[in-house]
Design a protein around this ligand. Structure first.
Ligand SMILES: NC(=O)c1ccc[n+]([C@@H]2O[C@H](COP(=O)([O-])OP(=O)(O)OC[C@H]3O[C@@H](n4cnc5c(N)ncnc54)[C@H](O)[C@@H]3O)[C@@H](O)[C@H]2O)c1
Length: 256
């Protein structure tokens, strides 16, 4: 029988109780990786890890706010205690706070920066330190968004955080390449998750303006993530892949 592509790999994925992160954990496990699944909501992370175990996956839950240094340290500790090492870290957790630029409050920006940037930065740092100590390379993936590349109404602050993550990945190429650790981002476009799947207007409006005529599924996003953290992607680093059905490739046109 063929060996699974990610057998022997150990991953951490944050914000993974539902949505894109959950599907990434599920696909990692289906490909043979062992996964520490994090969510701020204990109930969600416990249920999610159990669902994956019921499908035969090797998955443990650890709940907590992944923008807290103590939670990040614990995630690494649990990966080592449960599975002996850490080879893949995926900073998926992120919040989307819509808000008019002229009225955006410091409190909202503080919270957004903490989760989207502080949490991702320090997960990358702690994971890199662990991977360096193991001396066998590794994969780090950050979660961007198409709105980090293209302006979108009421997403100035959110888009700024996602653009920053893409630049962080490029910069860390300098720090991490000598250790054979790759660092990339993926930039999903509109994606159907538990939050949006029941919303017919969301589906209809994104289908109308997306060249591929539909929003992404969580499977579309997870497949790209899995490739970038796989052994096959060992020479790809500092890059960002948009999974957007072509949305960022096409400008506004009077003829479309
Ligand atoms: N869904 C989309 O259309 C879309 C598009 C582009 C980018 N993204 C990005 O993809 C990532 C996942 O998006 P999603 O829509 O699947 O997420 P989501 O909003 O459905 O949330 C996923 C989970 O993250 C958890 N979470 C929130 N804050 C957390 C924290 N501080 N610590 C730990 N867990 C936390 C939530 O409890 C939730 O279960 C985010 O970074 C988001 O910005 C999503």
């Amino acid at each position: 029988m063929q060996k699974k592509n990610l057998s022997g790999q150990v991953a951490i994925v944050t914000g993974a109780g539902v949505g894109i992160g959950y599907e990434i954990c599920r696909q990692l496990c289906l490909e043979g990786a062992s996964v520490v699944l994090n969510d701020i909501d204990k109930n969600l992370s416990d249920i999610a890890a159990e669902k994956i175990r019921n499908e035969g996956g090797n998955c443990v839950a650890f709940s907590g706010d992944c923008s807290e240094i103590s939670v990040i340290e614990n995630l690494i500790k649990i990966a080592i205690e449960s599975f002996g090492k850490l080879t893949i870290a995926i900073a998926n957790a992120g919040i989307t706070t819509y808000g008019n630029f002229l009225e955006y409050e410091p409190k909202s920006l503080d919270n957004l920066l903490k989760i989207n940037l502080f949490g991702s930065f320090f997960l990358a740092q702690a994971s890199a330190k662990q991977m360096i100590s193991q001396q066998s390379g590794g994969r780090i993936l950050l979660m961007s968004s198409v709105t980090g590349r293209i302006a979108h109404p009421n997403l100035a602050a959110y888009g700024m955080t996602k653009a920053a993550l893409e630049q962080l990945a490029k910069n860390l190429v300098i720090d991490l390449s000598p250790y054979q650790i790759t660092i990339n981002t993926i930039a999903p476009g509109a994606t159907l998750t538990e939050r949006t799947v029941e919303d017919n207007d969301y589906q209809k409006s994104w289908s109308r303006i997306t060249p591929m005529q539909k929003p992404a599924t969580v499977e579309d996003i997870a497949s790209a993530a899995l490739f970038l953290v796989s052994p096959q992607a060992g020479h790809i680093t500092g890059q960002s892949i948009a999974i957007d059905g072509g949305w960022t490739s096409v400008g506004v046109s009077p003829y479309l």
